[in-house]
Design a protein around this ligand. Structure first.
Ligand code: ATP
Ligand code: MG
Length: 159
């Protein structure tokens, strides 16, 4: 179905309000077009963004800011989720997208998880003809970049 990405992302962000507040973490969609349509399964996509924000908070620092943005890039919506958390070593970039893949860091070992969240994210985004990449600096933070194909003719689809 045609889905407005901004509405979907805002709903996911709103669901983290109390969890974030308990750790003095702020999160906000800093910029986005009013209308950014994609063809998607809203339930799966919401869960994927939920997993990314869950990670940003879980591997984040109290009091930090999580910045989200949606921009247009060559027929794709580019969604970025930038945290100021513990970061991920370059050598672990591939492993974390695998089922049960977690970074073998001390910090990570003290935080429980199965390592399924990002495997799900990858499956869902690729299933929507999109892609996921990341940039990270240990001790500084991580930015996940998600690309999803723009639905240009949402009006005709909706009619
Ligand atoms: P769960 O299945 O509950 O989500 P998980 O969070 O360990 O468990 P993933 O969400 O797949 O699993 O993440 C895999 C690993 O990637 C994490 O264990 C962590 O080491 C690393 N990671 C993911 N997101 C971040 C982030 N924003 N900052 C730092 N490390 C991260
Ligand atoms: Mg996770």
């Amino acid at each position: 179905l045609p889905i407005n990405l901004l509405d979907l992302l805002q709903n996911v962000v709103d669901n983290f309000w109390s969890i974030a507040k308990a750790r003095q973490i702020t999160l906000a969609i800093e910029s986005a077009p009013d209308s950014c349509y994609i063809m998607a399964d809203g339930t799966l996509l919401s869960r994927a963004f939920n997993n990314l924000i869950d990670n940003a908070i879980k591997y984040g620092k109290d009091g930090m800011h999580i910045a989200l943005a949606i921009t247009e890039e060559n027929n794709y919506w580019h969604i970025s989720i930038k945290d100021q958390g513990i970061g991920i070593a370059q050598e672990d970039f591939e492993r974390i997208f695998q089922v049960f893949g977690r970074a073998p860091q001390m910090e990570t070992k003290r935080i429980s998880g199965l390592g399924l969240g990002l495997a799900f994210v990858h499956t869902v985004i690729v299933g929507h003809q999109g892609s996921v990449t990341l940039e990270s600096t240990q001790g500084v933070g991580t930015t996940f970049h998600i690309y999803l194909p723009i639905l240009h003719d949402e009006e005709s689809v909706l009619l």
